[in-house]
Design a protein around this ligand. Structure first.
Ligand code: DCP
Ligand code: MG
Ligand code: MN
Length: 326
């Protein structure tokens, strides 16, 4: 009989997850992709584990929980923390981690900054030789790190929808990303626009961006501008027009109706779920991308009018968006 109360349950599992997350972040900062990925997968597995972890043996059958990770979890359960976390967060790793949180800064750039002797965000500002995107990332460093409450994501979706439909009333608006997966807080807002007519649909997005800029809603462009004649994706920063509103990261994508199901699936994620789906597709001699599902080796494009059709071709039971954390 389960006598645990929900908050206690979440607390002990959360301690384990938080500690493993610190290791994952440390390895990411060090550009140790393999270890980073192993921990990310293990964390996803633990997050979807529905019970309070009190016996290590019940975890051994979970996916991506390797013997090494079992050892780590045991250590956290015994001591409350991982000694490895202290080891990994040396000065260099801490600095690399801080730098890597700048939007547009990849692992190579971050390493180069460190090698040049740069150690603080002020150093980067003065001597980092930043791209225009990294400058924006640095300017809004703290704000865009903050998670966005679901209610605000909804307001931003409504704002973009309203303008998009003014530009092109026949568009279908599909909020994707963590919001569609039902998360209570999101890292950014991902909105997919679906054009019924596949002719010249790439000219619609610049017009929407233009209008949103005039409204003062879009404040910085990272990828895509209102000035281009053709645009399929826009990454930028936005801010709702009300008191105490914060700067938020917004992604808008536009696709045609024909490819929409694969695009909805892709932009809904999670990223780990997408990796698993693609790997599964390749085992079934198919290739899944953000636009199509193809049968190999002929590269025959399969007809996928809905997400359900994609799952069916892959021989998988349909999973609603809320059930795609991994
Ligand atoms: N995506 C992917 N692989 C990546 C990055 C993204 O497949 N490397 C897909 C899956 C993601 C979606 O795009 O769910 C949106 O990307 P985000 O980075 O916005 O991630 P989420 O919306 O899932 O999470 P967050 O709340 O952090 O934005
Ligand atoms: Mg997102
Ligand atoms: Mn995004």
């Amino acid at each position: 009989k389960d006598t645990h109360n929900k908050s206690e349950e979440n607390k002990s599992n959360q301690i384990i997850i938080n500690e493993l997350q610190k290791l994952a972040d440390g390895y990411r900062a060090r550009n140790d992709k393999w270890r980073n990925f192993a921990y990310i997968k293990a964390i996803a597995s633990l997050k979807s584990y529905p019970k309070c972890i009190n016996n290590i043996n019940e975890l051994k059958s979970l996916p991506n929980i390797t013997p090494k990770i079992i050892d780590k979890i045991s250590e956290i359960m015994e001591d409350g923390y991982l000694s490895k976390v202290q080891d990994i967060y040396d000065e260099k790793t801490k600095t690399l981690e801080m730098f890597s949180k700048i939007w547009g800064a990849g692992p190579v750039t971050v390493q180069l900054w460190y090698q040049k002797g740069l150690r603080t965000l002020d150093d980067l500002n003065e001597k980092g030789n930043l791209t225009f995107q990294q400058k924006i990332g640095l300017k809004y460093y703290n704000e865009i790190q903050e998670l966005i409450p679901r209610s605000e994501v909804k307001e931003i979706i409504d704002m973009v929808s309203k303008t998009a439909l003014e530009v092109k009333p026949s568009l279908r608006i599909m909020p994707c990303g963590s919001y569609r997966r039902g998360k209570q807080t999101c890292g950014d807002i991902d909105i997919l626009l679906i054009a019924k007519d596949s002719n010249n649909y790439d000219s619609i997005l610049p017009k929407i961006i233009h209008k949103l800029k005039l409204d003062g809603f879009l404040i910085e462009d990272l990828v895509g501008t209102a000035n281009s004649s053709s645009c399929f994706k826009y990454f930028g920063l936005c801010k709702l027009n009300r008191e105490n509103s914060k700067v938020r990261r917004l992604d808008i994508f536009i696709v045609s109706e024909e490819t929409s199901a694969c695009s909805i699936l892709h932009y809904t994620g999670s990223a780990l779920f997408n990796r698993a789906m693609r790997l599964h597709a390749s085992k079934m001699n198919m290739h899944l991308s953000d636009t199509t599902l193809m049968l190999l080796p002929q590269n025959k494009v399969l007809s996928t009018p809905t997400e359900e059709a994609i799952f069916e071709y892959l021989g998988l039971k349909f999973r609603p968006a809320e059930d795609r954390e991994i």
